[in-house]
Design a protein. Structure first.
Length: 176
C-alpha cells in the first residue's frame, strides 16, 4: 500500500517522521508496515502508535483530538482555518527540540523539507539569510559561528522549510 501524500510534508520518510516499521495502529487497529514516530499532542499516549493513513484521512485527529504541530503560530500568521486544520491535524509533525511549528512565507505555509543541511545554510540567498537571522535573532558573527558548529540532528536544531509558491527557503532554529 502506497504511503499517503502530504502536501506540506512531502517526504516524511526522508525527514524521519514516518519509518518503515511493523506495528498496529491504535486508530484503525490495522497491522501496518509504516508508523508515524513524530510528535503527537493529545491527552492520549500516541507515541509511535499511529499509521500514516489515519493521519492523512483525519481519522486520528477526529478520534484522539491530536495535533501534530502548533496551531497558534499559524493563526497568528493569518493562515486560512481549513489549511491550519490540514497542517496541525492531517500532516505529520516533525521531530524537533521544542515545538513543531510550520514556517509561513507571505501568509502561505511552507513545506517541511527536513533537518537543514550545512550546505543549505551556506546556500541561502541574501533575503533568506536576512529572514533567518531575524527569526533566530542572530547577527552576522553568530551566523558564522553557527556554520562552524552546526550538524544536522544536533543542538541547536535547524529545520528547513520551502515555500511551494515562490521557492523561498525558511529555516527555524531551536535549542535543546
Ligand atoms: Zn491507522
Ligand atoms: Zn512564498
Amino acid at each position: 500500500m502506497d504511503l499517503p501524500s502530504f502536501r506540506f510534508h512531502p517526504d516524511p520518510l526522508r525527514t524521519g517522521a514516518i519509518v518503515k516499521q511493523a506495528g498496529r495502529c491504535v486508530c484503525c487497529n490495522q497491522q501496518v508496515d509504516y508508523m508515524y514516530v513524530g510528535p503527537a499532542a493529545s491527552i492520549h499516549d500516541l507515541a509511535e502508535k499511529l499509521c500514516p493513513w489515519c493521519i492523512a484521512n483525519g481519522a486520528a485527529a477526529e478520534k484522539f483530538d491530536v495535533e501534530f504541530s502548533e496551531r497558534q503560530p499559524l493563526v497568528e500568521a493569518g493562515v486560512a482555518p481549513d489549511v491550519i486544520d490540514e497542517i496541525v491535524g492531517r500532516t505529520p509533525g516533525y521531530i524537533c527540540w521544542q515545538h513543531p511549528t510550520w514556517e509561513v512565507h507571505q501568509g502561505k505555509p511552507c513545506q517541511f523539507i527536513g533537518d537543514a543541511t550545512g550546505k543549505a545554510l551556506r546556500q541561502m540567498s541574501k533575503e533568506e539569510l536576512a529572514a533567518f537571522m531575524e527569526s533566530a535573532r542572530l547577527d552576522r558573527d553568530d551566523f558564522e559561528e553557527l556554520l562552524g558548529i552546526y550538524r544536522p540532528n544536533s543542538n541547536p536544531g535547524v529545520y528547513h522549510f520551502r515555500c511551494p509558491e515562490t521557492g523561498f527557503n525558511r529555516f527555524r532554529m531551536e535549542y535543546a
